[in-house]
Design a protein. Structure first.
Length: 119
């Protein structure tokens, strides 16, 4: 099992920035990638970005250029830097951990952290 704990959500004005963190613990040898998803009210959960143990990153098209995923392997922590936030970025953001072989397969989830962007 892999445990994931997110932090860093909150309320920010449009145009502002937030950085989310996700600390992984447990059987982290069983994963080779981590990612962020988000789910807005009434909408399906959508992929934001992923990063492999080797540092390869992928982004959803709508987040490219505004969001940056990174990781600190020594701390088993993944970050999501979000800039130029828009009200439509309001959602619960979930950290995930899993396996990537080109396509990412999440196997573990954090509890989610709320991000609210006011206009």
């Amino acid at each position: 099992q892999v445990q994931l704990v997110e932090s860093g959500g909150g309320l920010v004005q449009a145009g502002g920035s937030l950085r989310l963190s996700c600390a992984a613990s447990g059987s982290i040898f069983s994963i080779n990638a981590m990612g962020w998803y988000r789910q807005a009210p009434g909408k399906q959960r959508e992929l934001v970005a992923t990063i492999t143990n080797g540092g390869t990153t992928r982004y959803a098209d709508s987040m490219q250029g505004r969001f940056t995923i990174s990781r600190d392997n020594a701390k088993n922590t993944v970050y999501l830097q979000m800039n130029s936030l828009k009200p439509e970025d309001t959602a619960v953001y979930f950290c995930s951990a899993g396996y990537s072989s080109g396509r990412y397969y999440p196997g573990y989830w954090g509890q989610g952290t709320q991000v609210t962007v006011s206009s």
